[in-house]
Each structure stands twice: as structure tokens, then as C-alpha cells.
Design a protein around this ligand. Structure first.
Ligand code: NAD
Length: 440
């Protein structure tokens, strides 16, 4: 490490994350610290200029708003909303909005930075942002949810915009919420502005293929990983944690590519069938019974067992911190494809690397969603819409190229795919900072 960078690390709060006198993974469950641990590691290997390091370690803008709404019973309640823009040097900020009781500014900051790196890894011209409102959607009526969404949007009307900051769905927000944001923004601007959000309904400027894009991206990079390792794609066994948007689409597409899905799980538990679970059958069961539990075509196993099955590919597509120092030693998969954001802690990373597990990191593996969001924004701005085959073809080409870009950094620097992805992303953002210089 260069002395200058060492000083920069000491001068900022990096030492809180990876201080020499502390357990380096003290805060491994904290998403901000987990992200920063990887950022610091990659920055050191790049011998990143200390000035740029200081810039990238802080979000550009953090906005906290009060969101007052009238409940259906006439009472007025005030919710707290956040929007954080981490970095916009490469283009407008891009990132989802979550409605959840557990939303904190720290979490939103981490997720915003994550978006900067994700967009840079796949080389799309966006920076990173994230937003959230601290609320429990389960206790809100549809009208209350709409009022929160519209007021939150109005509070941030100067921040949002196709040229500045483009929200998308995240935890507990969906196409309907995006439609309300687009409508509110458009009413203020006095004309329809479809490109202000992505993840919209197709009828109002959404993109074909957006809903499946993240799962499709997981399928694409999983195949690339198997190919790289010289493992056959057909017949490779897969276990999928989480059977929602990402997990179920990835499972269905992997099955179509000839892999065998031997285990899947949702919040109700996990199921296993060594000869293969028919993904469409399992989805039909969920449509009728809501959860996987009780599915007759497989045996129930514990959620922990799913993660340690003897499979070729493990696809965590549910929650953060699924793979930690507690279970990493028992993982038997050859490839982990991170459909979820942050499913592996930094402590687990080292143990997996020592075992030779090939991890396709989240900022690459689940970047299919933001890539097709970019396509949606491009289509809205051109007012010219592509067919689904074109969307899928362009997504495939971007993800295959990005996989090879990351792999080449990994091989050149002798690092794992996660650190390589961070190095590639940080270098791309830093290059633009160097070219643009510092204004005033
Ligand atoms: P989702 O709500 O559609 O599905 C989540 C699934 O995980 C559900 O099947 C749920 O039952 C299951 N689940 C929840 N807790 C679980 C547990 N402890 N064990 C096993 N299963 C559990 O969500 P999603 O959109 O599929 O997102 C999943 C992950 O992927 C999240 O980390 C999200 O941030 C990330 N991600 C999603 C997108 C996207 O486009 N949807 C893009 C990038 C990243």
C-alpha cells in the first residue's frame, strides 16, 4: 500500500472498518461496512489516488425528507424518507426505492454506493443512488401507500429527473409505485416524463424483458462461469435460495439451458429432489398455495441444508448475509452466483476463496436488472421501443462481455472475482474523475 493512501485511509473512517487492532470482520453483517471492506481492499490494490479515494468514499448528496400524509382515518402521520446519490460522475444517478421499517440512512448510503459500482461493472452510463421511506407497507392501505409515494416524490422533485436521478423498484415497491412516481413527477413538469423512473408497466413506457432481466442475467453469468471452469452446463446441479422474482426466473431459465434444479427454497422452507424439481410445477404450486411448503414433487429439507448441498451451482437469491463465516466451510458448490445483493459476508469470502469456490459477485451477477433499466431509459428517451428478443440479445452481450472484463482483471491481479469487479468499477469511476477534474 502506498504511504499516501495509507494516510488517506487513516484520515478517513476506513480504520473503523478494517482497523489493524480489530477483528477485520467485526461488522460483517452491516451492509455498509461489508461494502466498504471490499471497496478499501480494491482501492489498495489499485493504489488509488488518495484524493479520489476520499471523494468516492462519501456520497455526493444525502437528503432526508419528512413525508406527512393523512391516514384513511383522518389522522396525520409523518414518515421519514431518504435519497442518497453516491456518485454521478459517469451519468445520472440510478437506484431503487424501498419502503421498509428497517430502512436507515446507513443502509441507503451503502446501497447507493453499491449501485455506482454495479453500473460501472457493466459499463452503463449511470451513477449510483438509493432511496427509502421508513414505513411498514403491511399496515398501510393502498391509498395511504399512494399518498406516501406521491408526497415523497414531490419532496424530491428537484432531485429526480431523467438527466439527474432515476428511481426504480426495490424492497416493497413495484410497477404500481413507479407509475405513481412517474405521474407525480409528470404533473409537476406539466408533460409526461416516462424516463424519470424504470421498472414501469410496459403500457406506459416500461421495457419488455425487464421483469425477467435479473434472473436472466444470473443464468447468463452462471453459464459463463461453468464454461470458464471447464464444467459442463447440461446436467449441472443447481440449488436456489429464494424463489421470488430473481430466484424463480433464474431457476426456470437455467432449467431451460439443461441444468438440473435440485433444490429451491422460500421463506416457508426448502425442498430437494436429486433428480430435479420441475420449476414450472413448483411455480404453479406457489400460485395455488402461496408458498413452496408442501410441494409434493420433492422432500423438505432445512434452509441451512440447501446452502451446503453437493451441487455445482449455488444461487442465493433471497437475503443479505446468507453465507457467513458460520456456514462457509460447509459449502460444497463449485460456483456461487449471487442473485441477491450482499448474500456473502467478507469473512465468508476468504473461506470460500481458500476452498476454491468460484463466486460471481452480486455487482456482476444481478446487474441484469439495472442493465435492462438502462435499456428502458434509452427507449423512453428515444420514444422507440425494442422487441423482447432485442432486449435479451443486448443484455446477453453486455453481461458476457462484463463477465470476461472482470475475469481478465481477476487473472491479471491474481484476485477473486469480487475484488476484481470492485477494481474494475472503481477504476472506471476514478478514470472519469481524473478526466473531469475538480470543479472550482
Ligand atoms: P422477491 O421478494 O421477489 O423474492 C424473495 C424470495 O426470497 C421469496 O421467495 C421469499 O420467500 C424468499 N425468502 C425470503 N427470506 C428467505 C430466507 N430466509 N430463506 C429462503 N428464502 C427466503 O425478491 P427479488 O426481487 O427476487 O429479490 C431477491 C434478492 O435479489 C434481493 O436481495 C434483491 O435486493 C436482489 N435483487 C433483485 C433485483 C430485481 O430486479 N428484482 C435486482 C438486483 C438484486
Amino acid at each position: 500500500m502506498s504511504n499516501a493512501l495509507d494516510t488517506a485511509l487513516g484520515a478517513t473512517s476506513a480504520s473503523d472498518v478494517i482497523g489493524r487492532d480489530k477483528d477485520p470482520y467485526f461488522g460483517e453483517d452491516n451492509p455498509f461496512e461489508a461494502m466498504m471492506a471490499r471497496f478499501d481492499h480494491a482501492a489498495r490494490l489499485l493504489a488509488l489516488d488518495p484524493g479520489i479515494y476520499r471523494v468516492l468514499r462519501q456520497p455526493e448528496k444525502q437528503v432526508i425528507v419528512s413525508v406527512p400524509i393523512q391516514r384513511d382515518n383522518g389522522e396525520i402521520e409523518v414518515f421519514t424518507g431518504y435519497r442518497v446519490l453516491h456518485n454521478t460522475s459517469r451519468g445520472p444517478a440510478k437506484g431503487g426505492i424501498r419502503f421498509d421499517q428497517r430502512v436507515t440512512l446507513d443502509e441507503v448510503k451503502a446501497l447507493a454506493a453499491w449501485m455506482t459500482w454495479k453500473c460501472a461493472v457493466v459499463n452503463i452510463p449511470f451513477g449510483g443512488a438509493k432511496g427509502g421511506v421508513v414505513c411498514d407497507p403491511g399496515t398501510l392501505t393502498l391509498h395511504e401507500l399512494e399518498r406516501i409515494t406521491r408526497r415523497y416524490t414531490a419532496c424530491l422533485i428537484e432531485i429526480f429527473g431523467p438527466e439527474s436521478d432515476i428511481p426504480a423498484p426495490d424492497v416493497n415497491t413495484n410497477e404500481r409505485v413507479m407509475a405513481w412516481i412517474m405521474d407525480t413527477y409528470s404533473m409537476h413538469r406539466r408533460h409526461a416524463v416516462t424516463a424519470v423512473v424504470t421498472g414501469k408497466p410496459v403500457e406506459m413506457g416500461g421495457s419488455l424483458g425487464r421483469r425477467e432481466a435479473t434472473g436472466r442475467g444470473c443464468m447468463i453469468v452462471t453459464k459463463e462461469a461453468l464454461k470458464h471452469l471447464g464444467l459442463p452446463v447440461r446436467g449441472a446441479r443447481v440449488a436456489v435460495q429464494g424463489f421470488g422474482n430473481v430466484g424463480s426466473v433464474a431457476a426456470r431459465l437455467l432449467e431451460q439451458e439443461g441444468l438440473t434444479v435440485v433444490a429451491v427454497s422460500d421463506v416457508s422452507g426448502a425442498i430437494h429432489n436429486a433428480t430435479g424439481i420441475r420449476v414450472d410445477d413448483a411455480l404453479a404450486w406457489i400460485r395455488e398455495h402461496r408458498y413452496l411448503a408442501g410441494y409434493p414433487g420433492a422432500e423438505p429439507i432445512s434452509s441451512d441444508e440447501l446452502l451446503t448441498l453437493d451441487v455445482d451451482v449455488l444461487l442465493p437469491a433471497a437475503v443479505e448475509n446468507a453465507i457467513t463465516r458460520k456456514n462457509a466451510a460447509q459449502i460444497r458448490a463449485r460456483v456461487i452466483c449471487e442473485g441477491a445483493n450482499g448474500p456473502t459476508t467478507p469473512g465468508a469470502d476468504e473461506m470460500l476463496a481458500a476452498k476454491g469456490v468460484f463466486v460471481v459477485p452480486d455487482i456482476l451477477a444481478n446487474a441484469g436488472g439495472v442493465t435492462v433499466s438502462y435499456f428502458e431509459w434509452v427507449q423512453d428517451r428515444a420514444a422507440y421501443f425494442w422487441d423482447e428478443a432485442t432486449v435479451n440479445e443486448r443484455l446477453t452481450s453486455i453481461l458476457q462481455r462484463s463477465f470476461l472484463d472482470v475475469l481478465s482483471v481477476a487473472q491479471r491481479h491474481g484476485v477473486n472475482m469480487r475484488i476484481a469487479a470492485y477494481m474494475l468499477a472503481i477504476e472506471r469511476v476514478a478514470a472519469v474523475h481524473r478526466l473531469r477534474g475538480l470543479y472550482a
